[in-house]
Ligand binder design. Structure first.
Ligand code: ZN
Length: 646
Protein backbone atom coordinates (compact mmCIF):
# COMPACT_ATOMS: atom_id res chain seq x y z
CA UNK A 1 0.00 0.00 0.00
CA UNK A 2 1.53 3.38 -0.87
CA UNK A 3 0.70 6.81 0.49
CA UNK A 4 -1.57 7.84 -2.32
CA UNK A 5 -3.94 4.90 -1.85
CA UNK A 6 -4.30 5.13 1.91
CA UNK A 7 -7.11 7.38 3.09
CA UNK A 8 -5.87 9.34 6.09
CA UNK A 9 -8.90 11.52 6.73
CA UNK A 10 -12.17 9.61 7.08
CA UNK A 11 -14.64 12.35 7.92
CA UNK A 12 -15.24 15.77 9.45
CA UNK A 13 -18.02 16.91 11.81
CA UNK A 14 -18.47 19.91 14.13
CA UNK A 15 -14.89 21.08 14.92
CA UNK A 16 -13.41 17.61 14.49
CA UNK A 17 -11.68 15.68 11.73
CA UNK A 18 -11.30 11.92 12.05
CA UNK A 19 -7.97 10.56 10.84
CA UNK A 20 -6.34 7.18 10.89
CA UNK A 21 -2.71 6.21 11.17
CA UNK A 22 -0.67 3.39 9.72
CA UNK A 23 1.70 1.03 11.49
CA UNK A 24 4.69 0.61 9.15
CA UNK A 25 6.26 -2.84 8.96
CA UNK A 26 3.79 -4.51 11.33
CA UNK A 27 3.30 -7.42 8.92
CA UNK A 28 7.05 -8.16 8.86
CA UNK A 29 7.47 -8.44 12.64
CA UNK A 30 8.30 -11.81 14.22
CA UNK A 31 5.31 -13.55 15.82
CA UNK A 32 6.51 -12.90 19.35
CA UNK A 33 6.55 -9.14 18.81
CA UNK A 34 3.18 -9.21 17.08
CA UNK A 35 1.77 -11.06 20.07
CA UNK A 36 3.30 -8.62 22.53
CA UNK A 37 1.79 -5.68 20.63
CA UNK A 38 -1.56 -7.44 20.48
CA UNK A 39 -1.69 -8.28 24.21
CA UNK A 40 -0.59 -4.80 25.24
CA UNK A 41 -3.13 -3.42 22.76
CA UNK A 42 -5.97 -5.36 24.35
CA UNK A 43 -4.83 -4.10 27.77
CA UNK A 44 -4.96 -0.59 26.33
CA UNK A 45 -8.55 -0.98 25.14
CA UNK A 46 -9.91 -2.61 28.31
CA UNK A 47 -9.63 0.59 30.34
CA UNK A 48 -11.78 2.67 27.99
CA UNK A 49 -14.76 2.88 30.34
CA UNK A 50 -12.57 4.10 33.20
CA UNK A 51 -11.81 7.42 31.50
CA UNK A 52 -15.48 7.84 30.58
CA UNK A 53 -16.49 7.45 34.22
CA UNK A 54 -13.61 9.60 35.48
CA UNK A 55 -14.64 12.43 33.18
CA UNK A 56 -18.23 12.56 34.41
CA UNK A 57 -20.50 10.32 36.44
CA UNK A 58 -23.33 10.18 33.85
CA UNK A 59 -21.12 9.65 30.78
CA UNK A 60 -21.47 5.87 30.49
CA UNK A 61 -25.24 5.94 30.87
CA UNK A 62 -25.62 8.68 28.27
CA UNK A 63 -23.36 6.82 25.83
CA UNK A 64 -25.36 3.64 26.33
CA UNK A 65 -28.66 5.39 25.65
CA UNK A 66 -27.46 7.19 22.53
CA UNK A 67 -25.78 4.11 21.10
CA UNK A 68 -29.01 2.19 21.69
CA UNK A 69 -30.97 4.76 19.69
CA UNK A 70 -28.35 4.89 16.93
CA UNK A 71 -28.57 1.13 16.42
CA UNK A 72 -32.23 0.43 17.09
CA UNK A 73 -34.03 3.40 15.59
CA UNK A 74 -36.58 2.24 13.02
CA UNK A 75 -37.75 5.60 11.66
CA UNK A 76 -36.38 7.72 8.81
CA UNK A 77 -32.65 8.04 9.42
CA UNK A 78 -32.49 11.19 7.33
CA UNK A 79 -34.70 13.12 9.71
CA UNK A 80 -33.10 16.03 11.50
CA UNK A 81 -33.23 14.91 15.15
CA UNK A 82 -31.77 11.51 14.28
CA UNK A 83 -28.86 12.99 12.30
CA UNK A 84 -28.30 15.55 15.04
CA UNK A 85 -28.15 12.77 17.61
CA UNK A 86 -25.70 10.81 15.45
CA UNK A 87 -23.37 13.84 15.24
CA UNK A 88 -23.74 14.54 18.95
CA UNK A 89 -22.80 10.95 19.75
CA UNK A 90 -19.68 11.26 17.57
CA UNK A 91 -18.68 14.37 19.48
CA UNK A 92 -19.21 12.50 22.77
CA UNK A 93 -17.17 9.54 21.52
CA UNK A 94 -14.36 11.89 20.56
CA UNK A 95 -14.35 13.57 23.98
CA UNK A 96 -14.86 10.41 26.08
CA UNK A 97 -17.91 12.11 27.51
CA UNK A 98 -20.25 15.06 27.16
CA UNK A 99 -17.63 17.75 27.77
CA UNK A 100 -15.43 19.07 24.95
CA UNK A 101 -12.05 17.30 25.15
CA UNK A 102 -10.11 20.55 24.79
CA UNK A 103 -12.24 23.44 26.08
CA UNK A 104 -13.84 21.26 28.82
CA UNK A 105 -17.19 22.97 28.15
CA UNK A 106 -20.32 20.84 28.03
CA UNK A 107 -21.36 20.05 24.46
CA UNK A 108 -24.67 21.44 23.26
CA UNK A 109 -27.00 19.03 21.41
CA UNK A 110 -28.81 20.28 18.32
CA UNK A 111 -31.99 18.42 19.21
CA UNK A 112 -34.51 18.86 22.01
CA UNK A 113 -35.66 16.77 24.93
CA UNK A 114 -38.93 15.92 23.15
CA UNK A 115 -36.94 14.96 20.02
CA UNK A 116 -34.98 12.53 22.17
CA UNK A 117 -38.08 10.98 23.73
CA UNK A 118 -39.66 10.62 20.29
CA UNK A 119 -36.53 8.90 18.93
CA UNK A 120 -36.57 6.51 21.90
CA UNK A 121 -40.19 5.58 21.20
CA UNK A 122 -39.34 4.64 17.62
CA UNK A 123 -36.73 2.05 18.58
CA UNK A 124 -37.25 -1.64 18.01
CA UNK A 125 -36.31 -2.47 21.59
CA UNK A 126 -36.58 -0.94 25.02
CA UNK A 127 -33.86 1.58 26.02
CA UNK A 128 -31.31 0.24 28.55
CA UNK A 129 -32.25 2.89 31.09
CA UNK A 130 -34.66 3.12 34.02
CA UNK A 131 -37.22 5.90 34.57
CA UNK A 132 -35.17 7.27 37.46
CA UNK A 133 -31.95 7.26 35.44
CA UNK A 134 -33.69 8.99 32.55
CA UNK A 135 -35.00 11.70 34.88
CA UNK A 136 -31.48 12.18 36.14
CA UNK A 137 -29.71 12.54 32.80
CA UNK A 138 -32.27 14.63 30.88
CA UNK A 139 -31.40 17.92 32.62
CA UNK A 140 -27.73 17.03 32.38
CA UNK A 141 -27.98 16.79 28.61
CA UNK A 142 -30.31 19.70 27.94
CA UNK A 143 -29.81 22.27 30.69
CA UNK A 144 -26.67 24.29 29.92
CA UNK A 145 -26.54 25.49 33.53
CA UNK A 146 -25.84 22.05 35.01
CA UNK A 147 -22.30 20.66 35.27
CA UNK A 148 -21.23 22.87 32.38
CA UNK A 149 -17.44 22.60 32.87
CA UNK A 150 -15.49 19.37 33.31
CA UNK A 151 -12.45 21.11 34.81
CA UNK A 152 -12.87 24.61 36.18
CA UNK A 153 -9.71 26.60 36.80
CA UNK A 154 -11.59 29.64 38.07
CA UNK A 155 -9.90 30.19 41.43
CA UNK A 156 -12.62 32.57 42.62
CA UNK A 157 -14.91 29.58 43.11
CA UNK A 158 -14.55 26.18 44.79
CA UNK A 159 -12.51 24.23 42.20
CA UNK A 160 -14.02 20.90 43.19
CA UNK A 161 -17.65 22.04 43.26
CA UNK A 162 -17.39 23.97 39.99
CA UNK A 163 -15.76 21.06 38.13
CA UNK A 164 -18.06 18.34 36.78
CA UNK A 165 -15.50 15.51 36.75
CA UNK A 166 -16.10 12.40 38.82
CA UNK A 167 -12.99 12.34 41.02
CA UNK A 168 -14.74 13.74 44.08
CA UNK A 169 -18.20 13.35 45.58
CA UNK A 170 -19.94 15.68 48.06
CA UNK A 171 -16.74 17.32 49.15
CA UNK A 172 -15.34 20.86 49.12
CA UNK A 173 -11.98 22.05 47.90
CA UNK A 174 -10.97 22.93 51.46
CA UNK A 175 -11.79 19.44 52.68
CA UNK A 176 -9.82 17.89 49.82
CA UNK A 177 -6.82 20.08 50.63
CA UNK A 178 -6.99 19.17 54.30
CA UNK A 179 -7.35 15.49 53.52
CA UNK A 180 -4.26 15.31 51.33
CA UNK A 181 -2.16 17.76 53.35
CA UNK A 182 -2.55 15.46 56.33
CA UNK A 183 -1.21 12.47 54.38
CA UNK A 184 2.17 11.53 55.71
CA UNK A 185 5.30 11.37 53.53
CA UNK A 186 7.61 8.95 55.33
CA UNK A 187 10.46 9.75 52.99
CA UNK A 188 10.32 13.34 51.65
CA UNK A 189 12.91 12.61 48.95
CA UNK A 190 10.66 9.94 47.41
CA UNK A 191 7.18 11.37 47.96
CA UNK A 192 4.19 9.19 47.11
CA UNK A 193 1.55 10.71 44.81
CA UNK A 194 -1.24 10.31 47.35
CA UNK A 195 -4.69 10.37 45.84
CA UNK A 196 -3.62 9.74 42.24
CA UNK A 197 -5.59 6.49 41.97
CA UNK A 198 -8.75 7.01 43.97
CA UNK A 199 -12.13 8.69 44.16
CA UNK A 200 -12.55 10.82 47.27
CA UNK A 201 -16.00 10.62 48.83
CA UNK A 202 -17.71 12.27 51.76
CA UNK A 203 -20.64 10.45 53.32
CA UNK A 204 -22.09 12.11 56.38
CA UNK A 205 -19.00 13.36 58.17
CA UNK A 206 -16.75 10.55 56.94
CA UNK A 207 -14.28 11.05 54.11
CA UNK A 208 -13.09 7.90 52.37
CA UNK A 209 -10.97 7.03 49.37
CA UNK A 210 -12.23 4.43 46.96
CA UNK A 211 -9.00 3.03 45.51
CA UNK A 212 -8.91 1.97 41.87
CA UNK A 213 -7.61 -1.60 41.74
CA UNK A 214 -8.61 -5.15 40.79
CA UNK A 215 -10.88 -5.61 43.77
CA UNK A 216 -11.85 -1.99 44.27
CA UNK A 217 -13.45 0.72 42.18
CA UNK A 218 -13.06 0.11 38.42
CA UNK A 219 -12.07 -3.45 39.37
CA UNK A 220 -14.00 -5.10 36.55
CA UNK A 221 -12.04 -3.13 33.93
CA UNK A 222 -8.74 -3.37 35.80
CA UNK A 223 -9.05 -7.18 36.02
CA UNK A 224 -9.28 -7.27 32.22
CA UNK A 225 -6.23 -5.01 31.87
CA UNK A 226 -4.32 -7.33 34.20
CA UNK A 227 -5.45 -10.41 32.26
CA UNK A 228 -3.82 -9.05 29.08
CA UNK A 229 -0.71 -7.72 30.85
CA UNK A 230 -0.13 -11.24 32.20
CA UNK A 231 -0.30 -12.60 28.66
CA UNK A 232 2.23 -9.95 27.64
CA UNK A 233 4.60 -11.24 30.34
CA UNK A 234 5.12 -14.49 28.45
CA UNK A 235 6.28 -12.72 25.29
CA UNK A 236 8.23 -9.83 26.85
CA UNK A 237 11.35 -8.80 24.93
CA UNK A 238 13.76 -8.91 27.86
CA UNK A 239 13.82 -9.66 31.58
CA UNK A 240 13.68 -6.02 32.58
CA UNK A 241 10.49 -5.61 30.59
CA UNK A 242 9.16 -8.74 32.24
CA UNK A 243 9.99 -7.33 35.67
CA UNK A 244 8.36 -4.00 35.03
CA UNK A 245 5.22 -5.69 33.72
CA UNK A 246 5.09 -7.68 36.96
CA UNK A 247 5.32 -4.48 38.99
CA UNK A 248 2.52 -2.88 36.99
CA UNK A 249 0.33 -5.96 37.50
CA UNK A 250 1.01 -5.87 41.25
CA UNK A 251 0.15 -2.19 41.31
CA UNK A 252 -3.18 -2.84 39.57
CA UNK A 253 -3.91 -5.73 41.93
CA UNK A 254 -3.17 -3.77 45.11
CA UNK A 255 -3.54 -0.09 44.30
CA UNK A 256 -0.25 0.49 46.15
CA UNK A 257 1.20 3.70 44.71
CA UNK A 258 4.71 2.80 45.82
CA UNK A 259 4.61 -0.08 43.37
CA UNK A 260 3.69 2.33 40.60
CA UNK A 261 6.76 4.42 41.47
CA UNK A 262 8.91 1.29 41.39
CA UNK A 263 7.39 0.39 38.04
CA UNK A 264 8.24 3.84 36.67
CA UNK A 265 11.82 3.68 37.91
CA UNK A 266 12.35 0.41 36.09
CA UNK A 267 10.41 1.61 33.05
CA UNK A 268 12.66 4.67 32.44
CA UNK A 269 15.73 2.42 32.49
CA UNK A 270 14.38 -0.09 29.95
CA UNK A 271 15.75 1.20 26.62
CA UNK A 272 16.58 -1.96 24.67
CA UNK A 273 13.21 -3.34 23.63
CA UNK A 274 11.60 -2.40 20.31
CA UNK A 275 8.19 -2.39 21.95
CA UNK A 276 7.23 -0.14 24.82
CA UNK A 277 3.98 1.02 26.37
CA UNK A 278 2.21 3.47 28.62
CA UNK A 279 -0.60 2.01 30.70
CA UNK A 280 -1.87 3.49 33.94
CA UNK A 281 -3.24 6.46 35.86
CA UNK A 282 -0.98 9.12 34.41
CA UNK A 283 -2.01 12.72 33.71
CA UNK A 284 -3.66 15.06 36.18
CA UNK A 285 -5.05 17.73 33.82
CA UNK A 286 -8.57 16.34 34.34
CA UNK A 287 -8.51 17.43 37.98
CA UNK A 288 -8.33 21.14 38.79
CA UNK A 289 -6.42 20.21 41.95
CA UNK A 290 -3.89 18.21 39.93
CA UNK A 291 -4.19 15.18 42.22
CA UNK A 292 -6.30 12.56 40.41
CA UNK A 293 -4.77 10.85 37.39
CA UNK A 294 -6.74 9.92 34.30
CA UNK A 295 -6.34 6.46 32.83
CA UNK A 296 -4.45 6.27 29.53
CA UNK A 297 -2.56 3.81 27.38
CA UNK A 298 -0.32 3.92 24.31
CA UNK A 299 1.38 0.90 22.76
CA UNK A 300 4.54 1.78 20.87
CA UNK A 301 6.83 0.23 18.33
CA UNK A 302 10.27 1.74 17.74
CA UNK A 303 10.64 3.39 14.33
CA UNK A 304 13.87 1.94 12.95
CA UNK A 305 14.37 4.43 10.12
CA UNK A 306 13.73 7.52 12.20
CA UNK A 307 15.93 6.22 14.98
CA UNK A 308 18.74 5.66 12.47
CA UNK A 309 18.29 9.26 11.38
CA UNK A 310 18.68 10.69 14.88
CA UNK A 311 21.63 8.37 15.55
CA UNK A 312 23.40 9.56 12.40
CA UNK A 313 22.90 13.16 13.42
CA UNK A 314 24.16 12.53 16.96
CA UNK A 315 27.22 10.68 15.72
CA UNK A 316 28.20 13.67 13.59
CA UNK A 317 27.40 16.32 16.18
CA UNK A 318 31.02 17.50 16.43
CA UNK A 319 31.31 18.04 12.67
CA UNK A 320 28.24 20.27 12.70
CA UNK A 321 29.51 22.27 15.66
CA UNK A 322 32.96 22.76 14.10
CA UNK A 323 31.57 23.93 10.75
CA UNK A 324 28.90 26.33 11.97
CA UNK A 325 29.20 30.04 11.05
CA UNK A 326 29.35 30.98 14.71
CA UNK A 327 32.36 32.80 16.24
CA UNK A 328 34.92 30.32 17.61
CA UNK A 329 34.70 31.81 21.10
CA UNK A 330 31.07 30.70 21.34
CA UNK A 331 31.54 27.12 20.12
CA UNK A 332 31.70 24.00 22.23
CA UNK A 333 35.02 22.18 21.92
CA UNK A 334 33.25 18.96 22.76
CA UNK A 335 29.62 18.47 21.85
CA UNK A 336 27.30 15.50 22.38
CA UNK A 337 24.20 14.98 20.30
CA UNK A 338 20.98 13.77 21.87
CA UNK A 339 19.27 10.65 20.53
CA UNK A 340 15.53 11.19 20.49
CA UNK A 341 13.23 8.17 20.60
CA UNK A 342 10.92 8.05 17.64
CA UNK A 343 8.11 5.52 17.81
CA UNK A 344 4.95 4.49 16.01
CA UNK A 345 1.77 4.00 17.97
CA UNK A 346 0.08 0.63 17.42
CA UNK A 347 -2.87 1.31 19.74
CA UNK A 348 -4.06 4.43 21.52
CA UNK A 349 -6.33 4.05 24.53
CA UNK A 350 -8.08 5.78 27.41
CA UNK A 351 -7.30 9.48 27.67
CA UNK A 352 -5.03 9.21 24.57
CA UNK A 353 -7.86 8.14 22.28
CA UNK A 354 -9.51 9.20 20.00
CA UNK A 355 -7.68 12.52 20.47
CA UNK A 356 -3.97 11.99 21.09
CA UNK A 357 -0.80 13.91 21.89
CA UNK A 358 2.03 13.73 19.29
CA UNK A 359 4.78 13.53 21.88
CA UNK A 360 4.86 12.20 25.44
CA UNK A 361 7.39 12.68 28.23
CA UNK A 362 6.98 10.53 31.37
CA UNK A 363 6.91 9.76 34.27
CA UNK A 364 5.39 12.80 35.94
CA UNK A 365 6.80 12.30 39.44
CA UNK A 366 9.46 15.02 39.68
CA UNK A 367 11.71 13.06 42.06
CA UNK A 368 11.83 10.07 39.67
CA UNK A 369 12.71 12.39 36.78
CA UNK A 370 15.53 13.96 38.77
CA UNK A 371 16.98 10.76 40.15
CA UNK A 372 16.31 8.30 37.32
CA UNK A 373 15.48 10.39 34.24
CA UNK A 374 12.50 10.26 31.92
CA UNK A 375 11.50 8.85 28.57
CA UNK A 376 10.49 11.17 25.80
CA UNK A 377 8.94 9.96 22.57
CA UNK A 378 7.58 11.52 19.43
CA UNK A 379 4.87 9.53 17.71
CA UNK A 380 5.94 9.43 14.08
CA UNK A 381 2.89 7.77 12.52
CA UNK A 382 0.54 10.25 14.18
CA UNK A 383 2.48 13.28 12.90
CA UNK A 384 2.63 11.55 9.53
CA UNK A 385 -1.15 11.14 9.45
CA UNK A 386 -1.57 14.83 10.32
CA UNK A 387 0.81 15.73 7.53
CA UNK A 388 -0.90 13.55 4.92
CA UNK A 389 -4.33 14.88 5.89
CA UNK A 390 -3.04 18.46 5.72
CA UNK A 391 -1.97 17.99 2.10
CA UNK A 392 -5.62 17.50 1.20
CA UNK A 393 -6.83 20.25 3.51
CA UNK A 394 -6.03 23.02 1.02
CA UNK A 395 -3.56 25.08 3.09
CA UNK A 396 -0.73 24.29 0.72
CA UNK A 397 -2.74 25.06 -2.40
CA UNK A 398 -3.94 28.31 -0.89
CA UNK A 399 -0.64 29.67 0.41
CA UNK A 400 2.10 28.15 -1.78
CA UNK A 401 2.86 30.21 -4.86
CA UNK A 402 3.91 27.90 -7.66
CA UNK A 403 3.10 24.36 -8.78
CA UNK A 404 6.78 23.59 -8.34
CA UNK A 405 6.64 24.64 -4.70
CA UNK A 406 3.52 22.55 -4.07
CA UNK A 407 5.02 19.50 -5.75
CA UNK A 408 8.19 19.80 -3.72
CA UNK A 409 6.17 20.04 -0.52
CA UNK A 410 4.14 16.96 -1.38
CA UNK A 411 7.20 14.95 -2.30
CA UNK A 412 9.66 16.02 0.41
CA UNK A 413 7.80 18.17 2.93
CA UNK A 414 7.25 15.48 5.50
CA UNK A 415 10.83 14.14 5.55
CA UNK A 416 12.48 17.54 5.49
CA UNK A 417 10.15 18.76 8.24
CA UNK A 418 11.19 15.81 10.39
CA UNK A 419 14.84 16.45 9.66
CA UNK A 420 14.39 20.06 10.71
CA UNK A 421 12.90 18.89 14.03
CA UNK A 422 15.72 16.40 14.56
CA UNK A 423 18.47 18.93 13.83
CA UNK A 424 16.71 21.44 16.07
CA UNK A 425 16.34 18.98 18.98
CA UNK A 426 19.43 16.78 18.64
CA UNK A 427 21.96 19.51 17.73
CA UNK A 428 20.55 23.04 17.81
CA UNK A 429 19.69 23.32 21.49
CA UNK A 430 22.89 21.57 22.51
CA UNK A 431 25.27 23.66 20.41
CA UNK A 432 27.29 26.71 21.47
CA UNK A 433 28.30 27.94 24.88
CA UNK A 434 27.95 30.95 27.13
CA UNK A 435 31.01 33.08 27.87
CA UNK A 436 32.24 32.69 31.46
CA UNK A 437 30.19 34.74 33.96
CA UNK A 438 27.22 35.13 31.60
CA UNK A 439 24.03 34.09 33.35
CA UNK A 440 21.54 31.72 31.69
CA UNK A 441 18.86 34.22 32.76
CA UNK A 442 20.54 37.24 31.12
CA UNK A 443 18.06 37.52 28.25
CA UNK A 444 15.08 37.40 30.64
CA UNK A 445 11.70 37.36 28.88
CA UNK A 446 13.41 37.21 25.46
CA UNK A 447 15.47 34.18 26.44
CA UNK A 448 13.19 31.43 25.15
CA UNK A 449 12.48 33.14 21.81
CA UNK A 450 16.22 33.62 21.24
CA UNK A 451 16.90 30.02 22.26
CA UNK A 452 14.28 28.65 19.85
CA UNK A 453 15.63 30.91 17.09
CA UNK A 454 19.13 29.57 17.72
CA UNK A 455 17.96 25.95 17.40
CA UNK A 456 15.84 26.67 14.30
CA UNK A 457 18.65 28.61 12.60
CA UNK A 458 21.10 25.81 13.26
CA UNK A 459 18.69 23.42 11.54
CA UNK A 460 17.96 25.78 8.64
CA UNK A 461 21.61 26.59 8.05
CA UNK A 462 22.57 22.91 7.69
CA UNK A 463 19.42 21.73 5.94
CA UNK A 464 20.81 22.64 2.51
CA UNK A 465 24.45 21.72 3.23
CA UNK A 466 25.84 18.97 0.92
CA UNK A 467 26.81 17.09 4.09
CA UNK A 468 23.12 16.30 4.68
CA UNK A 469 22.79 14.46 1.36
CA UNK A 470 26.18 12.85 1.91
CA UNK A 471 24.99 11.41 5.24
CA UNK A 472 21.85 10.11 3.55
CA UNK A 473 19.57 12.33 5.64
CA UNK A 474 17.86 13.87 2.59
CA UNK A 475 17.75 12.57 -0.98
CA UNK A 476 18.68 15.86 -2.69
CA UNK A 477 18.73 19.63 -2.50
CA UNK A 478 15.07 19.95 -3.54
CA UNK A 479 14.09 18.36 -0.26
CA UNK A 480 15.95 21.10 1.60
CA UNK A 481 14.30 23.72 -0.58
CA UNK A 482 10.87 22.44 0.42
CA UNK A 483 11.74 23.06 4.09
CA UNK A 484 12.89 26.59 3.25
CA UNK A 485 9.62 27.23 1.36
CA UNK A 486 7.63 25.90 4.26
CA UNK A 487 9.52 27.84 6.90
CA UNK A 488 9.14 31.18 5.17
CA UNK A 489 5.47 30.54 4.28
CA UNK A 490 4.68 29.55 7.85
CA UNK A 491 6.75 32.22 9.57
CA UNK A 492 5.29 35.08 7.53
CA UNK A 493 1.76 33.83 6.87
CA UNK A 494 0.23 30.48 7.76
CA UNK A 495 1.01 30.44 11.47
CA UNK A 496 -1.08 33.62 11.74
CA UNK A 497 -4.28 31.57 11.38
CA UNK A 498 -3.90 30.69 15.07
CA UNK A 499 -3.86 34.34 16.15
CA UNK A 500 -7.03 36.35 16.70
CA UNK A 501 -7.44 39.64 14.79
CA UNK A 502 -5.53 42.59 16.25
CA UNK A 503 -3.53 40.38 18.62
CA UNK A 504 0.27 40.18 18.52
CA UNK A 505 2.51 37.12 18.72
CA UNK A 506 3.06 35.95 22.30
CA UNK A 507 4.23 32.35 22.18
CA UNK A 508 8.01 32.01 21.89
CA UNK A 509 8.10 29.39 19.09
CA UNK A 510 5.78 31.53 16.99
CA UNK A 511 7.77 34.68 17.72
CA UNK A 512 10.96 32.89 16.77
CA UNK A 513 9.55 31.72 13.43
CA UNK A 514 8.39 35.16 12.41
CA UNK A 515 11.62 36.69 13.67
CA UNK A 516 13.71 34.49 11.39
CA UNK A 517 11.42 34.68 8.35
CA UNK A 518 10.87 38.42 8.57
CA UNK A 519 14.51 39.22 9.27
CA UNK A 520 15.52 37.17 6.23
CA UNK A 521 12.85 38.84 4.09
CA UNK A 522 13.82 42.39 5.14
CA UNK A 523 17.56 41.79 4.96
CA UNK A 524 17.36 40.09 1.58
CA UNK A 525 15.24 42.83 -0.02
CA UNK A 526 18.02 44.59 -1.93
CA UNK A 527 19.03 41.31 -3.57
CA UNK A 528 15.43 40.10 -3.94
CA UNK A 529 16.21 36.87 -2.08
CA UNK A 530 12.59 36.51 -0.93
CA UNK A 531 10.02 38.26 -3.10
CA UNK A 532 6.64 39.42 -1.89
CA UNK A 533 4.22 38.74 -4.72
CA UNK A 534 0.61 39.88 -4.95
CA UNK A 535 -1.66 38.08 -7.38
CA UNK A 536 -5.47 38.22 -7.52
CA UNK A 537 -5.38 40.11 -4.22
CA UNK A 538 -3.48 37.27 -2.62
CA UNK A 539 -0.07 37.66 -1.01
CA UNK A 540 2.72 35.11 -1.47
CA UNK A 541 6.31 35.03 -0.28
CA UNK A 542 8.50 33.40 -2.90
CA UNK A 543 12.12 32.41 -2.38
CA UNK A 544 14.21 33.50 -5.39
CA UNK A 545 17.65 32.40 -4.22
CA UNK A 546 17.97 29.48 -1.80
CA UNK A 547 21.73 29.67 -1.35
CA UNK A 548 21.74 33.36 -0.58
CA UNK A 549 18.93 32.65 1.88
CA UNK A 550 21.14 30.07 3.52
CA UNK A 551 23.84 32.70 3.94
CA UNK A 552 21.33 34.99 5.61
CA UNK A 553 20.37 32.18 8.01
CA UNK A 554 24.08 31.75 8.75
CA UNK A 555 24.54 35.46 9.48
CA UNK A 556 21.57 35.52 11.79
CA UNK A 557 22.70 32.32 13.52
CA UNK A 558 26.08 33.92 14.24
CA UNK A 559 24.39 37.02 15.65
CA UNK A 560 21.83 35.11 17.74
CA UNK A 561 24.59 32.92 19.17
CA UNK A 562 26.60 36.04 20.02
CA UNK A 563 23.58 37.53 21.81
CA UNK A 564 23.10 34.33 23.77
CA UNK A 565 26.79 33.78 24.56
CA UNK A 566 27.38 37.37 25.68
CA UNK A 567 23.99 37.72 27.35
CA UNK A 568 23.29 40.87 25.30
CA UNK A 569 19.80 41.71 26.57
CA UNK A 570 19.41 44.93 24.57
CA UNK A 571 20.22 43.24 21.28
CA UNK A 572 17.81 40.39 22.10
CA UNK A 573 15.03 42.84 22.87
CA UNK A 574 15.70 44.85 19.70
CA UNK A 575 15.68 41.75 17.50
CA UNK A 576 12.57 40.14 18.97
CA UNK A 577 10.54 43.36 19.18
CA UNK A 578 11.45 44.46 15.65
CA UNK A 579 10.81 41.19 13.84
CA UNK A 580 9.06 38.70 16.14
CA UNK A 581 6.09 40.39 17.79
CA UNK A 582 4.05 42.73 15.62
CA UNK A 583 1.81 41.43 12.87
CA UNK A 584 0.97 43.48 9.81
CA UNK A 585 -2.83 43.96 10.25
CA UNK A 586 -3.80 43.88 6.56
CA UNK A 587 -1.82 40.72 5.89
CA UNK A 588 -3.22 39.13 9.04
CA UNK A 589 -6.85 39.67 8.06
CA UNK A 590 -6.12 38.50 4.52
CA UNK A 591 -4.64 35.27 5.87
CA UNK A 592 -7.56 34.72 8.27
CA UNK A 593 -10.05 35.23 5.47
CA UNK A 594 -8.30 32.83 3.12
CA UNK A 595 -8.08 30.26 5.91
CA UNK A 596 -11.75 30.54 6.84
CA UNK A 597 -12.79 29.67 3.30
CA UNK A 598 -10.97 26.34 3.57
CA UNK A 599 -13.38 25.21 6.29
CA UNK A 600 -10.85 23.13 8.21
CA UNK A 601 -11.49 21.45 11.55
CA UNK A 602 -9.11 22.56 14.30
CA UNK A 603 -9.17 19.28 16.29
CA UNK A 604 -8.50 15.69 15.28
CA UNK A 605 -9.36 12.26 16.54
CA UNK A 606 -7.91 8.93 15.41
CA UNK A 607 -9.29 5.55 14.49
CA UNK A 608 -7.07 2.68 15.70
CA UNK A 609 -6.17 -0.25 13.48
CA UNK A 610 -7.96 -3.48 14.34
CA UNK A 611 -5.81 -6.49 15.27
CA UNK A 612 -7.14 -10.01 14.92
CA UNK A 613 -5.32 -13.15 16.05
CA UNK A 614 -5.20 -16.21 13.79
CA UNK A 615 -5.42 -19.57 15.61
CA UNK A 616 -4.36 -23.07 14.61
CA UNK A 617 -6.43 -26.17 15.46
CA UNK A 618 -4.81 -26.41 18.90
CA UNK A 619 -5.82 -22.85 19.66
CA UNK A 620 -2.30 -21.44 19.39
CA UNK A 621 -1.89 -17.98 17.90
CA UNK A 622 -0.05 -18.34 14.59
CA UNK A 623 -0.34 -14.74 13.39
CA UNK A 624 -1.88 -11.35 14.16
CA UNK A 625 -3.62 -9.60 11.28
CA UNK A 626 -3.78 -5.83 11.07
CA UNK A 627 -6.71 -4.12 9.42
CA UNK A 628 -7.25 -0.39 8.90
CA UNK A 629 -10.80 0.36 10.02
CA UNK A 630 -12.55 2.91 7.81
CA UNK A 631 -15.42 4.03 10.03
CA UNK A 632 -15.16 5.95 13.28
CA UNK A 633 -18.71 5.02 14.33
CA UNK A 634 -18.22 1.32 13.75
CA UNK A 635 -14.98 1.31 15.77
CA UNK A 636 -16.67 3.13 18.63
CA UNK A 637 -19.63 0.73 18.59
CA UNK A 638 -17.25 -2.21 18.38
CA UNK A 639 -15.33 -0.94 21.43
CA UNK A 640 -18.56 -0.33 23.33
CA UNK A 641 -19.78 -3.85 22.74
CA UNK A 642 -16.44 -5.59 23.34
CA UNK A 643 -14.69 -3.49 25.98
CA UNK A 644 -17.50 -2.28 28.24
CA UNK A 645 -16.65 -3.59 31.68
CA UNK A 646 -18.14 -0.94 33.96
ZN1 ZN B 1 13.14 23.95 20.71
Amino acid sequence: MNNTEFKYQLEQFADIKILRYRVPHFEELPLQQKKLLYFLGEAALCGRDIIWDQNYKHNLKIRQLFEHILINYTGDKNNKPYSALAVFLKRIWLSNGIHHHYSMDKLTPEFTESNLLALMKQCQSEAPISETELKEIMPVIFNPGIDNKRVSLDTSSDLIKSSANNYYQNISQKEVEEFYNSKEQKNPSTPISWGANSTLIKEGETITEQIWHSNGKYGAAIKQIVFWLKKALDVAENTKQEDLLKLLIQFYETGDLQLFDQFNILWVSELDADIDFINGFIEVYGDAMGIKASWEAVVQLKDEEATKRTETISKNAQWFEDHSPVDKRFKKSEVKGVSARVINATILGGDCHPATPIGINLPNAEWIREQYGSKSVTIENITHAYHMASLKGGMLDEFAYSEEEKERAKQYGYDSGNLHTDLHECLGHGSGKLLPDVSTEALKNYGSTIEEARADLFALYYMIDPKIVELGLLPNEDAAKSEYDNYIRNGLMTQLVRIEPEKNLEESHMRNRQLIAKWAYENGKTENIIERVSENNKTYFVIRDYHKLRNLFGQLLAEVQRIKSEGDFNAAQELVETYGVKIEPALHSEVLERYKKLNLAPYAGFVNPQYTPVFDKDNNITDIKIEYVDSFASQMLHYSSNYSFL
